[in-house]
Design a protein around this ligand. Structure first.
Ligand code: URA
Length: 323
């Protein structure tokens, strides 16, 4: 849609065990590998002594000693090697008790403009501050982080979780996860620009990120249909007085380079006046969330995300809602 001025007008949901009952498809047929840190840590193998220490069952040296003394059982068989790699599918007992399953949690935040996409910052309010300090049930859980980065001025859907592997899958361009943005831009968007976006537009370097050719992206000027309930009622409010013409667009990309959408438009000589993320894979911003508000994902949303990441299935804890 092109316009001329003045314009036309908490608690945690589904928790997913860190140690699941089955191997992920990605692991099927693969040789056991040592655990990687960070993203992916939950789905690869981990040393037995590390797992036990992580579960708070003693220091590394204490649990090593205990394992050597025969206190660990893996899949029904006593295991005396503290270096044994265990997988999410393995059943581990220690000192007669089943080793507990930690869980992942997932929140949808409607990020407001002006808040930093970071866990902590000395000077500015961060998206994690919003979870810790606002809402009916502040979220004090450790280890949460935002999945991907929205610029300080960008609003919209932000997923916050402690599931590193899921985050990695959602952000990896190889997974081709669609991220759709509403972008209000200066000037009139042309068919030529739509074609350039769809073919992969060349984006100049900016802020330390070098020039790159973007993956094919979908640029639409018909914004009304799919996301009508998430669009600003009065786009003109974001348009400075000196701008005489603007276009409302939807942009769908599958990667997340620094200032990606702004830079893609900049490559066509346009400036983004307002940017809001509307969806990410199967997740769509809840229109009931005002900027700054958040809620746990529903079971259905969590399951869809996990299916998309191709990482896990089954073993759901605390399932209060039906799918
Ligand atoms: N692209 C941008 O330019 N900024 C964002 O915040 C997200 C995508």
């Amino acid at each position: 849609m092109t316009g001329k001025k003045p314009g036309p007008a908490a608690g945690a949901g589904l928790q997913v065990p860190r140690m699941m009952g089955r191997h992920s498809p990605a692991q099927a047929g693969k040789k056991p590998s040592a655990q990687r840190g960070g993203a992916g840590a939950a789905h690869t193998s981990v040393r037995l002594d590390r797992l036990l220490a992580r579960e708070g069952l003693g220091s590394r040296s204490e649990v090593k000693k205990a394992v050597r003394a025969g206190k660990a059982v893996v899949n029904g068989i006593p295991e005396r090697d503290p270096g044994r790699q265990v997988f999410p599918s393995d059943e581990v007992f220690f000192d007669g008790k089943k080793v507990g399953q930690e869980t992942f949690v997932y929140y949808m935040l409607h990020k407001p403009a002006g808040v930093l996409t970071a866990t902590r910052d000395r000077h500015a309010q961060t998206v994690l501050d919003l979870l810790r300090e606002t809402g009916p049930a502040p979220v004090l859980r450790q280890g949460l982080f935002p999945v991907g980065r929205l610029d300080r001025d960008t609003e919209g859907l932000l997923l916050i979780t402690d599931d590193g592997q899921l985050a990695h899958a959602l952000l990896s361009p190889k997974k081709h996860v669609d991220k759709t943005y509403y972008a209000l831009v200066t000037g009139r968007v042309t068919e030529e620009e739509i074609r350039r976006f769809s073919e992969g537009i060349r984006v100049p370097g900016e802020g330390g990120d070098e020039a790159f050719t973007a993956m094919p992206a979908k640029l639409q000027t018909d914004t009304a249909a799919a996301f009508a309930d998430l669009l600003p009622a009065d786009p003109g409010q974001f348009v400075p007085g000196k701008i005489t013409e603007y276009t409302q667009t939807l942009v769908t990309i599958q990667e997340g380079r620094f200032h990606q959408v702004r830079r893609m438009f900049s490559a066509t000589g346009k400036k983004v006046l307002y940017l809001k993320r509307l969806s990410m894979g199967p997740l769509r911003l809840d229109p009931g969330l005002a900027p700054g508000e958040y809620r746990p994902l529903t079971n259905k949303e969590t399951e869809l995300l996990i299916a998309l990441a191709g990482s896990r299935s089954g073993g759901v804890l605390n399932e209060k809602e039906s799918l």
